[in-house]
Design a protein around this ligand. Structure first.
Ligand SMILES: NC(=O)c1ccc[n+]([C@@H]2O[C@H](COP(=O)([O-])OP(=O)(O)OC[C@H]3O[C@@H](n4cnc5c(N)ncnc54)[C@H](OP(=O)(O)O)[C@@H]3O)[C@@H](O)[C@H]2O)c1
Length: 196
């Protein structure tokens, strides 16, 4: 079972639909359960992997609030520090990554950062996502499981970018791609070349 906290948002819904289409069981969580959305806590409870798909300013408090149900689980942090200034997309990263905030809030969670370069709009479409997913994390087994899930979503590969700290430099890439998308009126992703 996969839980998606913030599963009412465009990213969580798109990711959930892709994972379901690939045969995974997915629970969509929300602060306001309704229709196909259940409480975030309930979406986490029976999940072995939980995607934390809430806006950056909600990551710390949501992680702390859900800590009792996230312990021991693989928690995938997809949050990016995107901000819009005068309508222009940018990034306002903190001293540490959003993924590290979650790791601090839930010390016994197996936190993996990833999917920051996958667009919600692209997820919502039905075409193949011909792109890679960058992953960062300190738990190799957790990263391998998230890489398996990434392989269900994109036709590229899951690229191991290293330890969780690397999330500091992956997370703001979302803002780069939003700017690219605006310039090209496209849904861009990334492909890492030169790998064996
Ligand atoms: N959109 C993209 O293309 C994209 C790409 C890469 C990464 N990301 C990252 O993925 C995450 C989710 O993206 P999104 O576009 O789906 O975001 P979103 O629509 O702004 O938020 C997702 C859901 O989070 C809940 N939420 C809103 N504010 C919250 C708060 N302060 N605390 C806790 N929960 C809150 C809401 O659900 P309820 O009201 O139902 O609880 C909302 O529907 C973000 O961190 C974003 O940076 C997005």
């Amino acid at each position: 079972m996969i839980g998606i906290v913030g599963g009412s948002g465009d990213f969580g819904r798109g990711l959930g639909a892709r994972l379901r289409a690939a045969g995974e069981e997915v629970a969509l969580g929300s602060r306001t359960p309704r229709d196909d959305l259940i409480a975030n806590e309930d979406a986490c409870r029976d999940a072995s992997v939980v995607f934390l798909s809430v806006p950056p300013d909600g990551v710390d408090s949501m992680s702390r609030g859900l800590a009792p149900v996230l312990g021991g689980k693989i928690v995938v942090s997809v949050a990016s520090p995107v901000v819009f200034r005068d309508g222009k997309p940018g990034a306002a990263p903190g001293d540490v990554s959003l993924a590290e905030l979650t790791a601090t809030a839930v010390p016994d969670a197996r936190v993996v950062a990833g999917f920051h370069t996958v667009s919600a709009k692209a997820l919502a479409g039905d075409g193949a996502l011909e792109e890679d997913v960058l992953l960062a994390g300190d738990d190799a087994d957790a990263k391998a499981e998230v890489a398996r899930l990434a392989g269900l979503v994109v036709s590229g590969r899951a690229v191991d970018a290293g330890r969780l700290e690397v999330a500091r430099w992956i997370e703001p890439l979302t803002a780069v791609l939003i700017n690219v998308n605006r310039n090209y009126k496209a849904q861009s992703g990334i492909l890492v070349t030169g790998l064996p």
